[in-house]
Design a protein around this ligand. Structure first.
Ligand code: BV8
Length: 257
C-alpha cells in the first residue's frame, strides 16, 4: 500500500474488522514515539553517541565495562523523555482502549508515553528508563544520595545504579512476557505499530497471532512486503494512520461499548 501523506486509505474491510474485533493486541516500537520528538532506537545514536551501536550500550557487559558512559547515555535519553509529550498516535491507542475492553497494549518502548496518554493496560516488555534499579540487587530504587557519583550508588547495598530496562542478553520480565504471549495467541486482531521487528522475542508476537488465525496489521514507515489479507501492511506514520483507522472504523465516533 502506497504511503499517503495527506489522507491515508484504510482498507474498508480492515475498518470493519477493527469495529467488530473482540480482542485486540497492539505491539508498539520506537516509531510511535518518533512524532513526540524521541529518536528511534536506531537513531538514538546521533551526535555524541554516533560512534556507538545500541547493542554496544544497552548490555550488562557495556555497563560493567564503562558504567559512566552507559549511565550518561540513559541520562541523555531520560532528559529527552522528560521533555516529550504523547502524540496523536499514542492518543489514538488510548482512545481505542476505551472502545475495546479486552485490548492489550504491548510496548517495546521504555519512555512511558503510552501511560502518559491515558492507556491503562500497558505491558512494558523492555522496562522503563524513568525507573532506576540496583545493578547488584536488581530491585527498583526510588531515591539515592545526591553525590557526584556517576552512576550513583544503591542506598541499600552500595552497588551501582542502572536504568530499569531490559538490556540485550538479559531475560525479559517473566509476567509481562507471559501476558504478551497470551494476548498474541488469543487476539483476533494484532496491530504492530512503528517497529522494525528486529528484536526478539517481541518481533515474533505478530507472527504468533497470525499463526492463530488473527488479522495482523503492520503500520510503519518501512513495511514488510509480500503479504496479503488477513495480513495487512500500511506504509505511513503512526500519527497519521492510527487516527485514520479509528475514524474509518467509527466514522460517527459512536459511543464506546
Ligand atoms: C532475550 C531496552 C534471552 C533498552 C531493548 C531470538 C530469541 C531470543 C533472543 C534473541 C533471538 N535472536 C537474538 C536474540 C538476542 C536479542 C536480540 O533480539 N538481538 C537483536 C539485535 C537481533 N534479544 C535479547 O537480547 C532479548 N533478551 O531474548 O533474552 C535470554 C534467555 C535466557 C537467559 C538470558 C537471556 C532482550 C531484548 C531487549 C533489548 N532492549 N530496549 C533500551 O531501550 O535502551 S531493545 C530496543 O531495541 C527497543 O526496546 C526495541 O525493542 C528495539 C528497537 O526496535 P524498535 O522499537 O523497532 O526501534 P527501531 O529504531 O529499530 O525501529 C523504529 C521503526 O519505526 C522503524 O522501522 C521506522 O521506520 C519506524 N518509524 C519511524 N518513525 C515512525 C515509524 N513508524 C511509524 N510512524 C513513525 N512516525
Amino acid at each position: 500500500m502506497e504511503s499517503d501523506t495527506t489522507r491515508p486509505t484504510i482498507p474498508p474491510n480492515l475498518a470493519e474488522t477493527l469495529r467488530n474485533a473482540r480482542r485486540v493486541a497492539v505491539l508498539t516500537g520506537a516509531g510511535i514515539s518518533a512524532e513526540s520528538g524521541l529518536p528511534t532506537f536506531r537513531e538514538a545514536q546521533t551526535g555524541l553517541w554516533a560512534q556507538y551501536r545500541p547493542e554496544d550500550l544497552a548490555t550488562p557487559e557495556a555497563f560493567r565495562r564503562d558504567p559512566r558512559l552507559v549511565w550518561e547515555w540513559y541520562a541523555w535519553r531520560r532528559e529527552l523523555v522528560a521533555r516529550a509529550v504523547p502524540n496523536v498516535g499514542h492518543q489514538a491507542l488510548a482512545a481505542l482502549e476505551t472502545r475495546m475492553p479486552e485490548m492489550t497494549l504491548i510496548t517495546q518502548n521504555v519512555d512511558g508515553l503510552h501511560q502518559q496518554s491515558g492507556s491503562r493496560r500497558v505491558i512494558e516488555l523492555h522496562g522503563n528508563l524513568r525507573r532506576t534499579k540496583c545493578f547488584e540487587e536488581n530491585a527498583v530504587v526510588e531515591s539515592w544520595l545526591d553525590t557526584d557519583d556517576v552512576p550513583p550508588c544503591c542506598p541499600r547495598c552500595g552497588g551501582l545504579l542502572r536504568p530499569d530496562v531490559v538490556w540485550f542478553g538479559e531475560r525479559l520480565p517473566e509476567q509481562p512476557l507471559v501476558e504478551a504471549l497470551q494476548a498474541a495467541r488469543e487476539c483476533d486482531l494484532f496491530l504492530s505499530i512503528g517497529t522494525s521487528g528486529v528484536v526478539e522475542p517481541a518481533a515474533s508476537l505478530p507472527y504468533l497471532a497470525a499463526d492463530r488465525g488473527a488479522t495482523v496489521v503492520f503500520v510503519n514507515l518501512e513495511v514488510p512486503t509480500g503479504y496479503a489479507p488477513p495480513i495487512y501492511t500500511i506504509n505511513g506514520s503512526a500519527g497519521l494512520i492510527l487516527p485514520a483507522l479509528l475514524q474509518a472504523a467509527w466514522p460517527c465516533g459512536e459511543p464506546t461499548g
